[in-house]
Design a binder for this molecule. Structure first.
Ligand SMILES: Nc1ncnc2c1ncn2[C@@H]1O[C@H](COP(=O)(O)OP(=O)(O)OP(=O)(O)O)[C@@H](O)[C@H]1O
Ligand SMILES: [Mg+2]
Length: 342
């Protein structure tokens, strides 16, 4: 390839997002069985956990999704990595449609590029396997290293990479602390040489002191290996540490999205402002400030119009009727009637 062409390819890769999520929706049917419905004369009940979510993530970025419990974060994560089929919308990762039809070979190549780290590192590690076998499993499953001693060497490298001792491969998960177990889960995620990792509340179950270590490790690995993250958290103090861009989720809809520095410096949506007001000081001095006012409504019967209007201090007259459309405010995209063009 000529140099010009190489440069053009490099430039177009830079511009093209690695992850593209478009119009993602997911509903769950909560209806009782048909016969019960007939006897009780009740209808079908469904819950829309994710309601038309769009975002994209560029290579090497950390896109943080924040929102209160039940806002749909994990449901989005599961659809993005291919664990839960969407009701509508699409997910494209590195040019591959995650939910499109694929040959088994294409499917394997895609799965190898995408990994997930969960909140509870104990539940996600098989307690009866030695750590070495746990980390070697993806290497075997994807047929990456056939020779057993080469594979053991790679497992040792991965353990060192996450700050553990290569000899730790001989031990069982219960012999480690929570933070170390999360390191093991990270080593296993890295074993298939992924490009994109979805971290669903990866530090929420850990002590504050250990949280910072795991976050630093994730950031360090990102720089060394050029990883792209979708980072899910309900904790804005944590997000501030790691995010390049932030999407704020409320009852299944993104209400604001902006580069992290701008979102923290100048939040636009009343809900984002409320969340930021409630964050203890970022240096963790623990000064709890305003609690978040009101409770999340029942997602089975969400408020009409803007989902946030019953809790919103800046509510206007049409907010309980019209769903706000996305508006650009500087570098942010905000869904709030305050920003509707006149
Ligand atoms: N399999 C399911 N069946 C029915 N409802 C579900 C299912 N999975 C999720 N939900 C509902 O969808 C909504 C979003 O759930 P989700 O787990 O995505 O939220 P979350 O933002 O990850 O919350 P948390 O911070 O508590 O982890 C919730 O109301 C939840 O009860
Ligand atoms: Mg969750």
């Amino acid at each position: 390839m000529a140099l010009d062409e190489t440069l053009n390819v490099a430039r177009s890769n830079e511009a093209r997002p690695l992850v593209e999520v478009r119009g993602l929706r997911r509903s769950f049917d909560l209806s009782k069985p048909w016969l019960n419905r007939l006897i009780e004369r009740s209808g079908r009940v469904s819950l829309t956990a994710v309601d038309g979510v769009d975002f994209s993530i560029r290579e090497g970025e950390t896109y943080a999704l924040v929102g209160e419990s039940g806002s749909g974060k994990s449901t989005i994560a599961r659809m993005v990595v291919g664990l839960l089929p969407p009701s509508a919308g699409s997910v494209e990762i590195d040019g591959t449609d995650v939910w499109g039809k694929k040959s088994p070979d294409q499917e394997r190549r895609m799965r190898r590029k995408i990994q997930m780290i969960f909140q509870d590192p104990f539940a996600s590690l098989n307690p009866r396997w030695r750590v070495g076998a746990i980390i070697a499993e993806p290497i075997k499953a994807f047929g990456l290293i056939a020779d057993a001693s080469d594979r053991a060497e790679r497992v040792g490298e991965l353990l060192s990479l996450v700050g553990l001792d290569p000899r730790d491969g001989q031990k069982f998960p219960h012999e480690f602390s929570g933070g170390q177990r999360q390191r093991i889960a990270i080593a296993r995620a890295l074993a298939s040489d992924p490009k994109f990792i979805v971290c669903d509340e990866p530090t929420s179950a850990l002590d504050v002191s250990v949280q910072a270590q795991v976050l630093n490790l994730l950031r360090d690995l990102q720089q060394r290996l050029g990883l792209t993250y979708l980072f899910i958290s309900h904790n804005l103090a944590v997000v501030r540490h790691v995010a390049t861009r932030v999407g704020v989720l409320y009852l299944g809809r993104l209400v604001e999205e902006a580069p992290a520095a701008e979102l923290f410096a100048a939040p636009q949506h009343p809900y984002t402002k409320m969340l930021l007001e409630a964050v203890p000081d970022i240096d963790m001095e623990g000064k709890e400030r305003l609690a978040i006012a009101g409770e999340i409504p029942n997602p089975v019967t969400p408020p009409p119009g803007c989902h946030f209007h019953p809790r919103c201090p800046a509510r206007l007259s049409g907010c309980d009727r019209d769903i706000p459309m996305p508006q650009h405010v500087g570098n942010a995209t905000v869904r709030c009637h305050l920003f509707d063009p006149r």
